[in-house]
Design a protein. Sequence first.
Length: 350
Amino acid sequence: MRELLVVVSLILFTMNRAFAFETINSTTLSTSALAPACMRYQTVGVCFYLVCSMFECHIETSSKIAHFNPDLVVSAYNSLAQSYDPVAGNPWTEAKTITGSIATATASALSSALGGAFSLPSGGHFSHGRHQNMIFKEADAIGHPLASVTSQMGTGGMVCPSDATSFKPYFMSGFDVLAWRWNVPEQVYPQTWIPGVREIGHFPANTWGAIYPRGGIATQSDEAKMAAVIAQRAGDIVTRSGQPHVYLPLGEGQEGYNLHVANGMMVWSPGQLKENDASGGWWQIVVPNTELNCQVFGKNDTLSPIGWGGGKIAETSNYAFTLWRPYQCCNISGLFLGYVDFASNIPRAD
């Protein structure tokens, strides 16, 4: 009997401990970013500069370094039932303080003005006709606590400065009511209706879900995968400019690399986030369980006995991910002439 009580106590302790860790704070986020496997720091090339004095000119070089920066914390979560607080379920505790009061007032005003027309289930599974695995989640994309730190460190030439600003809210679905809850206007976009277009995974053998329409509703039986799809959608929005959503774009959001000067360095900022491709960024899971590696969503798990979501299902149904984005930079020594790359730190997707 005593042994049974010990076992039960251990089980309860483990369950409570797991549940307690399904939130995260800025300190833990900063610690989780000490992940060399995600950063992938590497010298990838050489930059050339023309340096002239009164009597002569010569060429100088500096190393071109590349690494990923933790730019955003993207949360996918359920809002609380019967609540006008759209960020109540966000697992990042400081995010509620940063954005909660503004989002609550906005959501309440919108609901009152529209007579509740834009209400949806508070989060989680619900049924719609024959679709029994539809899930709705809110999403936030907020600057990572270390984003501004990397910008300050970039002054020394060893770390490329980030485009993101710590704690800055780039996207909050509570503000994006029409687009996030009702898929307006993306419901009529061709990529919403054409199978295999903008899919996470490889259609038709393996697909986690579609990027479009970029809203909070999708059909998925695996909630962890659904949270990943929601995070990818939010990241897709904020890394592009001119999207039909209420948001602040992160950086220039141009195709390819955006070359500019920051903190006395030539910096190649990342382009747009792309599904199944790490060239625009990749993901670190931080809630429910913090992992020290990064990945591109869409792994083929059709032959896996437990699937990708095994061990990743949150008891609270709330999830958070760090979006790491690739940067390259050189110290400025004179008039920039060009560069030569001899390596790449971009991993290949599975």
